[in-house]
Design a protein around this ligand. Sequence first.
Ligand SMILES: C[S@@+](CC[C@H](N)C(=O)[O-])C[C@H]1O[C@@H](n2cnc3c(N)ncnc32)[C@H](O)[C@@H]1O
Ligand SMILES: Nc1nc2[nH]cc(C(=O)O)c2c(=O)[nH]1
Ligand code: SF4
Ligand SMILES: [Mg+2]
Length: 212
Amino acid sequence: MKDDQLRLTEIFYSIQGESTRAGLPCVFVRLSRCNLRCSWCDTPYSFKGGDKKSLDDIVAQVESYGCNLVEITGGEPLLQPDVHPLMTRLCDEGYEVLIETSGSLDIAPIDDRVRVIMDLKAPGSGEVEKNLWENIAELKPTDEVKIVVLDRQDFDWAVEACREHELFERVDEVHFSPVHGELDSNTLANWILEERLPVRLNLQIHKFMGVE
Ligand SMILES: C[S@@+](CC[C@H](N)C(=O)[O-])C[C@H]1O[C@@H](n2cnc3c(N)ncnc32)[C@H](O)[C@@H]1O
Ligand SMILES: Nc1nc2[nH]cc(C(=O)O)c2c(=O)[nH]1
Ligand code: SF4
Ligand SMILES: [Mg+2]
């Protein structure tokens, strides 16, 4: 087997449900495996299985949708080193490339043309110890930080993390996202408004639409 292969769970074309690109048509490349087990994870099916696919096959499938926006996600996409040549190739070919990552692995090797959407895991995920705080210094102003909030304890943690790490100064966009089906979006919205936070409420719109 050639080394330029990635273990892939799925490639699909849908409406981007999150981030500043929410609402736009997007091709999703979902890589397999994850080093975390967030309590509320919506993609545990990506933890096991998946097929090995060559970069050529992945790029060809992405191309078949005729869509300029591509998101690399998982599972945890940074677990497979060959994700880097894939992203560089997509950038070279003129795609706008996003990566969704947990923030538990080094983001420094990511191609500078890629928009990084990095989670910070709050205590309700059960994975708060995995945050790699050194990553914050690697973020570009155009990257995005997302904190998924389960409850008020997570919200207070998120506010403290933003202040302590000066996230509002470092990146243009900080998203707070309720755990879908667990925390009411109006409750999170009211907390954000009460605290006068310059964060964006991130709802996973694909889940309201009932699509992937
Ligand atoms: C499935 S993860 C894959 C990428 C990477 N492992 C990560 O955690 O960022 C993609 C995004 O979905 C979010 N997510 C997963 N389950 C969720 C849920 N139940 N409610 C809200 N967001 C969720 C994650 O926090 C992450 O921002
Ligand atoms: N429609 C849609 N938008 C998304 N944005 C980020 C996703 C992800 O799982 O990383 C996702 C996803 O799974 N579906
Ligand atoms: S890091 Fe991402 S894929 Fe992994 S368990 Fe957490 S939400 Fe799911
Ligand atoms: Mg998803």
